[in-house]
Design a protein. Structure first.
Length: 392
């Protein structure tokens, strides 16, 4: 069903990095969510009124709030697709994160309401009325919600949409709520034990955890999260794959929405390459990364000595020392200043974020000691840095 809907209503559905295609995915998910939740809401409201069931009527209004979530998602996707303008030169892609955050708060509100109602039912237990029609309606509702959750999760993964993943989590939260209602009805009917309130406590905790995780995942890109290892490897391998670029470092990635990414990186080039050649190479790499990966990349050029054997040897020695001390550490921007009685080795040292101040001081001193042990003239001048990559 999901593939059929995508093929039917999303033009060029395979081009998921295209902003127009992403918008079409978002519109489809929102409309499907609105239609399903409105149908469920109207059906439950009518039957709940006929059979006089408060639980079915309450679930009807819950579905109505889910339809509101889908409307918020629709608005968020449409606003995120707006092109860049004078006030927002990087586009409006972060509206998608904001709409997902609103959905997260709606999920949290459902969780808190469910928790409050569950406590009230434990303190003031009431007999649960059993009706086969009621159970049948709730089971159908569960099946529809399961499909809706899978539908949004599949589309959310396909286009890396935070708001769709949030809507999926909201749908599965509703599945838990309604399943708990069915379970408590059946247990009460056949055992005479009323566990409605206790079941509500368990479900509300799951819903609250889901809402918290959605909010956390949404806030991270808004606050400015570290570049993922996958994106780091993608960009660095792409840049270092061009002839004339020796290495790279200091990659920083800024997200202005799932389909709007800007990055900066330092690329090392041989110092004997002419300025014109290096500039042309850098421009070529930037254009191809934008074309192939849809990432607006700005490259800072760092010249590296490649012909002076003494400088190359010194850099190789320091790199080896650093790697032996910590495989996750590295050096860059290496410079060599040969004076009368000493040689200054000037470089930046990149260490993991989890390093304490004591560890930072220790590794710097160890590098200095090992370098001078190799050649007593070596004096290391180190600038400490932390990386921007997230290894989780």
């Amino acid at each position: 069903m999901t593939s059929l809907l995508v093929k039917k209503f999303v033009k060029n559905y395979e081009m998921t990095s295209d902003s127009k295609v992403r918008t079409s995915y978002g519109v489809l998910a929102s409309i499907v969510g609105i239609v399903c939740n409105v149908i469920l809401s109207i059906t439950k409201l009518i039957i709940g009124t006929i059979i006089g069931s408060i639980s079915v009527t309450a679930d009807a209004f819950n579905n109505l709030s889910d339809a509101a979530s889908s409307i918020i998602s629709f608005i968020g996707v449409k606003m995120a697709s707006r092109p860049a303008d004078k006030e927002h030169p990087f586009g409006h892609g972060r509206y998608e994160y904001i709409s997902a955050l609103v959905v997260a708060f709606l999920v949290l509100q459902v969780g808190f309401t469910c928790f409050k109602s569950a406590i009230d039912k434990i303190l003031h237990p009431q007999e649960v009325a059993f009706n086969y029609t009621l159970v049948g309606i709730l089971v159908i509702s569960i099946l529809i919600k399961v499909w809706l959750g899978i539908f949004n999760r599949t589309l959310g993964k396909r286009i890396n949409s935070t708001v769709m993943k949030a809507t999926s989590a909201d749908a599965f939260g509703d599945v838990l709520v309604t399943s708990a209602t069915v379970a408590s009805l059946l247990i009460s009917r056949y055992s005479g034990i009323n566990i409605d309130g206790y079941m509500g406590i368990v479900v509300s905790v799951f819903v609250l955890i889901a809402g918290f995780n959605i909010a956390k995942d949404t806030l991270e890109p808004l606050l400015g999260e570290a570049v993922s290892k996958e994106t780091y490897d993608l960009i660095t391998k792409k840049v270092e794959g061009y002839e004339g670029i020796i290495g790279s470092h200091d990659l920083i990635v800024h997200s202005y929405g799932p389909s709007h990414t800007m990055a900066t990186i330092h690329a090392e080039v041989p110092n004997d390459m002419s300025f014109e050649e290096a500039h042309e190479l850098i421009d070529h790499v930037e254009r191809e990364v934008l074309r192939d990966e849809n990432i607006f990349l700005v490259i800072h050029m760092d010249p590296v000595e490649v012909n002076d054997e003494e400088v190359v040897k010194a850099r190789r020695i320091i790199s080896k020392i650093v790697k032996e001390l910590d495989d996750e550490a590295s050096i860059h921007d290496f410079r060599f200043a040969n004076e009368d009685e000493r040689i200054n080795l000037i470089f930046d040292l990149l260490v993991p974020h989890q390093y304490s101040e004591e560890q930072e001081k220790r590794i710097q001193q160890q590098i200095k000691n090992l370098a001078s042990a190799y050649d007593e003239r070596y004096l290391c001048v180190i600038t400490l840095e932390h990386g921007f990559i997230c290894n989780k």
